[in-house]
Write a protein that binds this ligand. Structure first.
Ligand code: F6P
Length: 358
């Protein structure tokens, strides 16, 4: 008999259910008897003992369903060692639940912060396997996270829709895409959607360069321009501020988001008509795309394989198109950023896409 706990933690994404289904199918294929315990709303469920025992049937018909049948919540890693409002020792409480249920392994579907906690629990002696979730694709150690391609599809659709209306009206359009710290979705959707300018957190922009790029398009006789802007895009001036000042400035923004600030600056520069579109959380919604369904199924199967082999403390990853695993400790606390030197950025520049940096 194998007793496996599972939880989905942090911001959701489209392929969480598909991944859990993969794990469970793999487990039932590997062991005669399996008991699955699903913790509700992420680590909260593990802390407060909120769980339900699930059967194989509970994972049927969920390959294409977005969201998570277990629910999710954000439980910041930095607060894990701090007691909750009632003085509860969170780490101890999670270990107690694990022991009370006599689990053989805890499977954590989560992004960067969630995997840091998974690593902490592993260091505390629990058998843990991590599965790399996040639309942001910023988890260090994996070429791709599940959820990313589905989000890219939705963001690309948004740019595609803007393209037709932009062509009719000859305006400048800004599509603001998710990603506070990293620009992977914006970069991919921007290229896929044929954006003229891509602004991401890792490559601070100069608004003068953005306006010059718009001028160049106008001189070429182009009636409209499209900017794909990450929510965390940052100007060179702001990026150059000391950390404390920068944080204070970003904590009290004058605009609803960076896209509106850039729109105002573009209007002020050339008097052009500018419109802003923010697809927001639609990027995390709906069904997983086929790519994610395949990736999630493969990740799930790998997690079951690791459990069967008794290889714990591992994060399942994609490396050079192979599904493999690395120690949780190797990935914990590191973000996978876009580098300005990445070939994808260089390729985009060759195509004439401006990043506002030169
Ligand atoms: O981490 C995924 C993500 O969707 C980011 O791209 C975005 O910045 C953030 O979560 C939004 O968080 P919330 O759903 O808490 O508003």
């Amino acid at each position: 008999m194998k007793r496996i706990g599972m939880l989905t933690s942090g911001g959701d994404c489209q392929a969480l259910n598909a991944t859990m289904r993969g794990v469970v199918k793999g487990l039932y294929g590997s062991f005669k008897e399996v008991e699955i315990y699903g913790f509700l709303e992420g680590y909260k469920g593990l802390m407060y003992g909120n769980y339900k025992q699930l059967k194989a049937e509970d994972f049927s018909g969920i390959l294409t369903r977005g969201g998570t049948i277990l629910g999710s919540s954000r439980q910041p890693f930095k607060l894990m060692r701090e007691p909750d409002a009632n003085g509860l020792d969170k780490v101890k409480a999670m270990k107690d639940t694990y022991k009370k249920l006599k689990l053989d392994c805890l499977v954590v579907l989560g992004g960067n912060g969630s995997q840091k906690t998974a690593n902490l629990l592993s260091e505390e002696g629990l058998n843990v396997i991590g599965l790399p979730k996040t639309i942001d694709n910023d988890l260090w150690g994996t070429d791709m996270t599940f959820g990313f391609q589905s989000a890219v599809d939705i963001a690309t659709d948004a740019i595609d829709c803007i393209h037709t209306t932009a062509a009719s009206h000859g305006r400048v359009f800004i599509v603001e895409i998710m990603g506070h710290k990293v620009g992977w979705i914006t970069l991919h959707a921007g290229i896929a959607g044929g954006a003229d300018i891509i602004l991401i957190p890792e490559i601070p922009y100069d608004i003068k360069n953005v306006c010059k790029a718009l001028d160049r398009r106008a001189k070429q006789g182009k009636k409209f321009s499209i900017l794909a802007v990450a929510e965390g895009a940052i100007s060179k001036e702001v990026a150059a501020l000391p950390k404390k000042e920068r944080k204070a400035l970003l904590a009290n923004p004058k605009h609803p988001s960076v896209a509106y600030e850039i729109a105002e600056q573009i209007k002020a520069y050339g008097g052009q008509e500018v419109r802003v579109t923010v697809p927001g959380h639609t990027q995390r919604g709906g069904s997983p795309c086929p790519f994610d369904r395949v990736l999630s199924s493969r990740f799930g199967a790998k997690a079951a394989e690791l459990i069967k082999a008794g290889k714990f403390g591992e994060l399942v990853v994609l490396k050079n198109n192979e599904v493999t695993s690395i120690p949780l400790s190797e990935s914990a606390g590191k973000l996978k950023y876009v580098s300005p030197d990445d070939s994808i950025v260089q390729n985009a520049k060759m195509l004439g896409i401006s990043f506002g940096d030169e």
